[in-house]
Design a binder for this molecule. Structure first.
Ligand SMILES: CC(C)(COP(=O)(O)OP(=O)(O)OC[C@H]1O[C@@H](n2cnc3c(N)ncnc32)[C@H](O)[C@@H]1OP(=O)(O)O)[C@@H](O)C(=O)NCCC(=O)NCCS
Length: 198
């Protein structure tokens, strides 16, 4: 756990280099770059290629063009920053930082990461998280939160390896895509502590 934190902190010490090409452990290369309005179609294709199980737990339905338009508008307004991972013409993952607009929680950012199943377990989620941390730190974010349901055991394990700890478990807090109530698990990571490698 400590080693993971040190590793991610070390990668954060380097200035964010996006856009850049990254070699993954599966031998594939992806381009990391900031999302633009012109990515709308690519994002929709990516969202619609995700397995039903992933879509079930998404906080917003990104297979819906209206939702993707709101996402693009959020990025244009500076309320969100999204780093895309692109392989050839296809989006294969993204990391998004949602900046809290309420004044008293403005030091907390929310991270959302999604990687295409074929690209999981190759270090892409870790790299996207590292880029989001870097972007968050440069905007004065002190704490990063990740939200999921307790059913997302893989995501929870991955975020624990990335240095996140359980902050809260809220009962029947969210409703999934099928309309079923679910508990909400909030995990968090203190950027200052992680950055110092402690
Ligand atoms: C969670 C997710 C983003 C991880 O992406 P990824 O590209 O597979 O992550 P990485 O390969 O960089 O792995 C990061 C660490 O988590 C671990 N990990 C990844 N998936 C894991 C799993 N299912 N179970 C246990 N550990 C896992 C890896 O071993 C790695 O640790 P290491 O570097 O010490 O070996 C990806 O599984 C995903 O998109 N899930 C669906 C979306 C989701 O639930 N997002 C979370 C809500 S924001």
């Amino acid at each position: 756990m400590t080693g993971d934190k040190t590793e991610i902190a070390a990668s954060r010490d380097q200035k964010s280099r996006i856009p850049c090409e990254v070699a993954l452990r599966n031998g594939r290369h992806v381009l990391l770059r900031l999302m633009e309005a012109a990515d709308r179609g690519r994002l929709l294709r990516f969202a619609r290629s995700l397995p039903e199980d992933d879509l079930l737990f998404l906080r917003t339905d990104i297979t819906d063009p209206v939702i993707v338009d709101q996402w693009v508008a959020d990025v244009a307004r500076g309320n969100s920053i999204t780093v895309l991972a692109q392989a050839r013409e296809h989006v294969v993952g993204y990391g998004t930082l949602h900046l809290e607009q309420a004044r008293w929680t403005r030091r907390v950012g929310e991270i959302r990461v999604q990687v295409a199943p074929a690209f999981r377990g190759c270090g892409l989620g870790r790299r996207l998280t590292s880029e989001i941390f870097e972007l968050g730190q440069s905007r004065g974010i002190k704490k990063m939160a990740a939200m999921m349901t307790p059913d997302q055991t893989g995501a929870r394990a991955a975020f624990e390896k990335l240095g996140f700890q359980v902050e809260a478990l809220l009962q029947d807090w969210v409703v999934d895509r099928d309309g079923r109530p679910r508990d909400l698990l909030i995990m968090s990571c203190d950027l200052k502590d992680s950055n110092s490698g402690t």
